[in-house]
Design a protein around this ligand. Structure first.
Ligand code: HPA
Ligand code: ZN
Length: 338
């Protein structure tokens, strides 16, 4: 049975959109972290969800990652991963998300003794009925931790062999500086051979050269973040000419101090330059909002117009890894929403 989007009306004034840069572990809200900790008999080093939330003050990417990896410890069973994904889907649907490509960090779990199958099957159980229940189609992106050895990434890809039908792409995240894309050329070649799509974080904290390297040495089809391309006009010209999608995350960039204030964010200049920019939430529980909150923040802080916001939503569908029929359906819903 096909379920049309009419079964899932959007809130007033919210554009339909795709979310292409979202770490499922970064959707863990403090209340759910406490509930899972209790269910699994784990003591968190915080007295209350409020006290945990007040620890969400970061000085850079690493200071965030430390807390992000610490809290993954509450995720132990398939049901935990299902509950995590379901909580995200409910919030995303309320923010107009019609398609989500969702990163997960297998090594953050296997490294503490949780089986890869537990993670993938738990997440997939929530995702597989999302289209019917929330009007929201999904993909899963297996992301390698770049601050671990390349051999670990190769082993992770090999261990994922039984689950590849549930995974649409591979990505690369965690601490960027000092861990250039080149380190992962072999595993990206193997992922491509296995039929997976390719993306990578580049140019968040790391230099513009990492963006070119991800394109040239890894063969990625999208760049996650990519904001530091603006330091290199020749690179911008290339990204415009090739229409390489950039999955930009404004709230994240401010919270991790890549950008001082939302008012200073380069997104308007990136749009002006003709880059294929999308807006995403990255780790919404930690960074102050989900994807529609980011769109609204851009309107408020930078005066983005309705036309610009609509272009961002359109770009999100153009940059999605969906088939032609689904893309046409998503674009038609956007065009009908005036
Ligand atoms: N950057 C790098 N690694 C990450 C991020 C990010 O914003 N979020 C989760 N892992
Ligand atoms: Zn990210």
């Amino acid at each position: 049975m096909t379920v049309s989007h009419h079964a899932h009306p959007l809130p007033e004034g919210v554009l339909p959109k795709a979310e292409l840069h979202l770490h499922i572990e970064g959707t863990l809200e403090p209340e759910l972290a406490f509930a899972l900790a209790e269910r699994n008999g784990i003591d968190l080093p915080y007295a209350t969800p409020e006290e945990l939330r007040s620890a969400y003050a970061f000085s850079d990417l690493q200071s965030f990652l430390n807390l992000y990896y610490q809290l993954t410890d509450v995720l132990r069973t398939e049901q935990d991963f299902t509950d995590l994904a379901e909580a995200y889907l409910v919030r995303a649907a309320a923010q107009g998300v019609r398609h989500a490509e969702i990163f997960f960090d297998p090594q953050a779990h296997t490294g503490r003794g949780v089986d890869l199958g537990t993670v993938v099957l738990g997440l997939s159980r929530a995702l597989e009925t999302s289209r019917e229940r929330h009007g929201l189609s999904t993909g899963l992106i297996l992301s390698f931790l770049r601050d671990l050895p390349a051999e670990d990434a190769l082993k992770t890809l090999a261990d994922a062999a039984p689950y590849l039908h549930l995974i649409s792409a591979v990505g690369l995240d965690s601490a960027e500086v000092g861990h250039p894309p080149a380190k992962f050329a072999e595993v990206y070649a193997a992922a491509k051979e296995a039929g997976l799509r390719l993306v990578a974080h580049a140019g968040e904290e790391g230099p513009p050269a990492y963006i070119a390297e991800a394109l040239d040495l890894l063969g990625v089809e999208r760049i996650d973040h990519g904001i530091r391309c603006m330091e290199d006009p020749e690179l911008v010209a290339r990204l415009v000419a090739e229409q390489v999608p950039l999955t930009v995350c404004p709230f994240s960039n401010v919270r991790l101090r890549c950008v001082d204030r939302l008012e200073d964010h380069p997104l308007p200049a990136m749009l002006e330059a003709g880059l294929l920019v999308t807006v995403n939430s990255d780790d919404p529980s930690y960074f102050g909002g989900y994807v529609e909150d980011n769109y609204r923040g851009l309107r408020q802080a930078l005066g983005l117009t309705d036309d610009q916001l609509r272009r961002l939503a359109r770009n999100s569908f153009l940059a999605s890894f969906v088939d032609d029929a689904r893309r046409a359906e998503l674009l038609a819903e956007l065009d009908a929403n005036q």
